[in-house]
Write a protein that binds this ligand. Sequence first.
Ligand SMILES: [Mn+2]
Length: 321
Amino acid sequence: MKKWRQREPALPYDENDTITKKLACIYGISDIDEFLNPSVRNIHHYSLLKNLEEVVNLILLHISKDHEIIIFADIDHDGALSGAIMYRYLRYLSAKVRIIHKQRRDGHGLNTAEDVIDPNTRLLVAIDSSTNDVDSCERIRANGTNIIIIDHHKWEGKDNTHALIVNPQMPDCDYPNHELSGGMVAYKVCQALDDYTGGDYAEEMVDMAGLSLLADSMSALEPENRYYIDLALKNVKNLGLKTLLNELKVDTNTMDSNKFVYSVSPCVSAITRKNEFEKAIGLYISDDPIECLEIAKELINANKERKIKQKQSYQTNTTSN
Ligand SMILES: [Mn+2]
């Protein structure tokens, strides 16, 4: 029989403390008010991300030379959001931006994608993957392609001298929040691009950025993440997302984290599981109401199919036991 053990509190508490105070201490929350009311005080500046200045300069250099920029998007929900953030942003600066991707069956990262990268590519921006794909980066770089990696996955210890990497998890990166999603790192790059170019476009992506934290189940104990999740939920502007919410009968004004995680995100994940990633990212990059509606319906149907299959598989397993 399972034996229950009391969890060791991260911070000490007094037996006479309120239940709220005790719970906060158990989870290591020292300031309850700040935890419940995240504010701009909790944001860290993008300049703490290593290589960000070099990345911004490289992107602007290629734009000034009128080179096409290829965005390699990862094939999950955070990948769709971060890819869409980067694509939408760069399209403000250049008409020559294109997204490439693989499918869920292929797996993650540039090491799955060398076959879809044109050797004539001048700038490749891999988002939400590829920190550890050193061998692929070496081969792609040998073609003369500059590589930027915007990622949040753990570094596995192999130096990648073939790409410029922006990733809060890199050991030599001073960014204090290691729980950023791919979408949030992409958003930070957009903020830096805004400041370097005098633009004002990054804020348009804040809904996708904040929600990508939920899509990738990043820690909501991080004060910065709590701030951006809250901001995103209050500022849903993306047309595709609004259309999907409308079709799901979720009120944009009252959407909370639970509704996003349990109603919206499964629809996007269901379409990626069908190896139709182009629809997941298509929802977030389209500004055509008819196209958004078509995609939203396909996502919802994919999720319905997924539920039926899961139910059938559960029934088969329970009857065969
Ligand atoms: Mn991710």
